[in-house]
Design a protein around this ligand. Sequence first.
Ligand code: DGY
Length: 348
Amino acid sequence: EVWNPSGKYRVVSTKPMPGTRWIRLLTDQDCRVEICTEKKTILSVEDILALIGDKCDGVIGQLTEDWGEVLFSALRRAGGTAFSNMAVGYNNVNVNAANKYGIAVGNTPGVLTETTAELAASLSLAAARRIVEADQFMRAGLYDGWLPHLFVGNLLKGQTLGVIGAGRIGSAYARMMIEGFKMNLIYYDLYQATRLEKFVTAYGQFLKANDEQPVTWKRAATMEDVLREGDVISLHPVLDKTTYHLINKERLSIMKKEAVLVNASRGPVIDETALVEHLRKNPMFRVGLDVFEDEPFMKPGLAEQKNAVVVPHIASASKWTREGMTTIAALNVLGKIKGYPVWTDPNR
Ligand code: DGY
């Protein structure tokens, strides 16, 4: 699909993206926009090489693509200077290789913070209250009357929320869960989450002033402390060498038997094979997963686990956020081509 065929700058989008504002932004600035409408979801390096072709000024790409040496050198040869990853995470991008070939890299932070946090909150509730299991039970026609023990789950109020990685998304999630369900907080992050701490302190004081049980918070000295104490634990680190299989067999074994574990960051943060084993052995342990180690696949056995809620990497999938992400993605490419500031550069 081609927009503004006579445009001076050739910008390729490896996928059709929601809305048209991003297209207008580019075409209004003399760009010819080419959108790949290839049916298959994940494009190979070869597919993308063909899209780049002989002349390409910039590319808007996706987190499912492997942006390394081969693609950045090809983009350079085609005269390109900009690559924009339509995601906040950029573990699929070799930024050093981009630097080597003089390609500016952008990502799309900020606009997906609340949306992603809301999905993590939804998974927390769905897992704690067994909503998907109960839904399937209803649809299967198995409900034949109220019973005292039917789908008994966990109450969140007054329980301990564990957050691993208290950056933008982790902090937004913590606020939602604390304010929504009056949970106490324990978090682990290399950096102090000052704004989050101020919020919990103020909210605790507000509850106290209204004769309610105040909420408490603490910054854990080790991640293990969060795993031991958390009733609901949500993972929000970036994926890199240090966070690969952060949650492994040993760490799962120190978690409470009835804990809820949520992951809307990146799949390989959890050793999914160890998780499946843990879910099998501990039926009261529950997970809510938006991301998977071998995405789009689930490790064998995960789909059969009733104590797992699984959704297909939709944490940022709200209309408002996707419009924001595509806008920033286009502005990043445009910025580099036209010499305006690039919205975000992960090197900074
Ligand atoms: C991201 O942006 O990194 C999410 O995983 C998809 O929106």
